[in-house]
Design a protein around this ligand. Structure first.
Ligand code: ADP
Ligand code: MG
Length: 427
């Protein structure tokens, strides 16, 4: 199909000089039409494994992605790289936005969609009629196994879409899939013999340590003494904006020879950019930050990543640790744990879920609208009930509705009996 070295197109389309570990092997397999499960650490560049084929193959690459924010980021990044024919479609788009995607369906090189969209008969029909899917990608494929059985039952129906789309080549990508999950992924996708390309998470140059301490004061004392002996640059992660500021202040006073700053999402854009640039240019030694810092920060010589608090997602934790030692030099990840710390991420997770009252209001407004006639769309819910619900909340809500038998074949089925039943059991 292509007779130039893969590296030439890598430079031409993506501007990179070389492949990262695993990318080339996976891309070669995919271009040969082999079905692959690719397990590569977070931040390696899994996206390239399907973006590259999209750039050089005829037809369209369809990517199933679990999070709308991920899709939006990817589309934005691709557009910046010069890929114009890219779209994301999910049930959060309103009708006119969806129409726009449908209008140009055959012209896209890459289409990102949610697993829920693949249950939409119109979408499947349009794809089947107008698009040749050259590669079917499941990004964050562990969702098929870990989440599929719980919140996202649509992940378990992907194989139906794959069959409906004339069985394109499959690529399942994940950073975190142990053996049994890999097996589950390939079973669920209906291809028991997918080739496995597995590249270990293990970063040999990062020493990983957890220290148990009594409380926050002790954490700051320990951080202070670690900073006096350990080489910089250092990143210190906190769970809140206040803590990042407070710690930066305390540590600067105690260690005047170090250049210490804080960074969090509540700062002015210009300040954030300035701090980020200073850190990148080695004009800062230590940065006290929240998880807001790091996206897109690719600094190679970070020697120490400290977690004063745990982030709410294991994925973020791995990603944050992984910022240490990108240059391959010896580096350290140090996590402080005090009794009760696991409550912080739990609180974050809980705060993402809707309150009972919200669930009931939404069900009520769905009922009023007799939505059983149409596809479920959160945008409809918002219109009617003036409710702002996040993606996670919507997912939870769907889960609730499904549990009460109120979703059948992707339609909400509401009757008085069920309404009362769900109200009683939810509240
Ligand atoms: P993952 O999905 O594995 O976490 P991404 O696909 O989001 O990672 O890529 C992470 C970053 O690595 C991106 O900024 C991407 O542009 C960059 N990247 C990917 N492949 C390469 C490469 N071969 N050379 C340099 N940078 C790369
Ligand atoms: Mg990714």
């Amino acid at each position: 199909m292509i007779n130039v070295p893969l590296e030439d197109n890598l430079k031409k389309y993506f501007g990179f000089d070389s492949f990262r570990e695993g990318q080339k092997e996976i891309i070669e397999d995919v271009l040969k039409g082999e079905d692959v499960i690719g397990i590569l650490p977070t931040g390696t560049g899994k996206s390239l494994c399907y973006q590259y084929p999209a750039a050089v193959m005829d037809g369209t690459v369809l990517i199933v992605s679990p999070l709308i924010s991920l899709m939006v980021d990817q589309v934005k990044q691709l557009k910046q790289q010069g890929f114009k024919r890219v779209a994301a479609i999910n049930s959060f788009l309103d009708r006119s936005q969806k129409k726009k995607v449908y209008d140009h369906l055959e012209s896209y090189q890459l289409i990102y969609c949610s697993p829920e969209m693949l249950q939409n008969e119109i979408f499947i029909h349009e794809l089947k009629q107008r698009v040749t899917i050259s590669l079917f990608v499941v990004d964050e494929a562990h969702c098929i196994s870990q989440w599929g059985h719980e919140f996202r039952t649509d992940y378990l129906k992907l194989h139906e879409a794959i069959t409906a789309l004339d069985n394109p080549t499959l690529l399942a990508l994940s950073a975190t899939a142990p053996f049994h999950v890999q097996e589950d992924i390939s079973q669920q996708l209906g291809r028991p013999h997918m080739k496995k390309r597995i590249y270990p998470m293990d970063r040999e140059n990062i020493a990983f340590t957890i220290e148990h301490v009594a409380n926050m004061d002790e954490k700051l004392n320990r951080i202070q003494s670690v900073l006096t002996t350990h080489p910089v640059p250092t990143m210190i992660y906190f769970s809140s904006r206040q803590w990042s500021e407070k710690a930066a202040f305390t540590l600067s006073q105690a260690l005047p020879h170090l250049r210490i700053a804080y960074y969090h999402g509540g700062m002015e854009q210009m300040d954030r950019l300035l701090i980020q640039q200073q850190f990148m240019n080695d004009q800062l030694d230590v940065i006290c930050c929240t998880s807001a810092f790091g996206m897109g920060v690719n600094k190679s010589n970070i020697r120490l990543v400290i977690h004063a608090h745990l982030p709410s997602q294991v994925e973020s934790f791995l990603q944050e640790i992984g910022r240490a030692g990108r240059d391959g030099e010896q580096s350290v990840s140090l996590t402080f744990y005090a009794p009760g710390d696991s409550e912080i991420p739990k609180t974050f997770i809980r705060s993402e879920l809707p309150e009972d009252r919200t669930v009931f209001q939404v069900i009520q407004s769905l009922h009023r609208m007799a939505l059983h006639e149409s596809e479920i769309m959160p945008s409809d819910v918002e219109m009617e009930g003036k409710l702002e619900i996040s993606e996670v909340q919507w997912r939870f809500l769907r889960f609730q509705l499904e549990k009460h038998g109120m979703i059948q074949e992707n339609r909400i089925v509401v009757n008085e009996e069920k309404m009362k039943h769900s109200y009683d059991s939810i509240i």
